[in-house]
Design a protein around this ligand. Sequence first.
Ligand code: HEC
Ligand code: HEC
Length: 270
Amino acid sequence: MNAKKGLDRRGFIIGGGAALAAAGCSFFRPRTQTGPVSLPAVGTWPWPENGLDPVETAGAQATGLSGCAVVSFGLIANRLKEALPGSAWPVLPPQLASFGNGGGPYGSDCGALQGPLLIMTLLGAPSTLKQEFYKWYCEFPFPSAEWDHLYPVKETVTTVSNSPLCHESRAVWEGVFLREVYDGTNYDNTRCSKLPRDCAKKAVQLINAWKATGYKGEWAPGEGFKACYDCHTQLYRDKQPGGIHSGKEDCVPCHAAVPEHGEAPPPEGR
Ligand code: HEC
Ligand code: HEC
């Protein structure tokens, strides 16, 4: 009776027990063994041999997914679930990523970065791949019009944030939208629904490249703050005042007013 119950529950979770048993997946504990099911070690989660289609993944229905982190995570996880039914992917609830919705409690890293970052972390992606993903985000005019067919509002105004932060990403956009586009009635609330799709697509492209060719990603500071970054990280290596241990975000928007570095241009804003 208990065994039957357990089987039913597993069948429910994975959606098709027989195929999985045939696939001989180590993820499933032997029926005789009790205790919690063990998940693959973080960094060893599987990716389909032929990769995922970036556009199909990012453009799929987002039914039941709500919030930028849950959408960006769930779109990829749902595809992995279909592509690898015998793996542990079907066990993870997309809601797991809700910690990052709206950049988390403080509106820090955009949730559409955090969702795919969680996928990359489970897969064991190199840190430069993650950094390239973040850098791409900082420089991308969000949201693209690629998903317009899924939303009532088309041609949403686009902005570049120069930052991975939800606060900056959204605030820069609101700054333009509310001043230049908003008619007082028709608020465009589609921006942060489309943006997670742009991020899911980019993340899948990067992961596909890494898995197919061993591409590890690239990161270098942008021209606008390369001098600041190079000097200040060297100061850290030398343990001199002004040394920075962390931070890859464009320095200038936050530090433009530093008197000793007065030549810094004002932030672009758009
Ligand atoms: C050639 C090296 C060099 C470059 C380039 C440089 N800095 Fe500095 N900066 C320093 C040093 C050295 C200090 C520490 C001075 C001290 O406190 O003794 C400093 C201090 C600072 C401080 C803290 C001190 C303060 O006035 O608040 C900030 C913030 C800062 N730099 C930001 C920047 C930014 C932003 C850029 C690029 C626009 C930049 N720096 C470029 C060497 C550099
Ligand atoms: C999101 C905003 C933000 C960004 C981006 C940022 N900083 Fe800062 N940084 C701060 C704040 C806030 C402080 C603490 C207040 C202060 O000292 O100005 C700080 C502190 C510092 C300090 C220490 C100042 C001291 O007391 O000696 C240095 C040096 C510095 N930042 C350099 C940089 C460099 C170089 C970059 C780019 C690689 C950078 N920061 C990017 C916000 C930022």
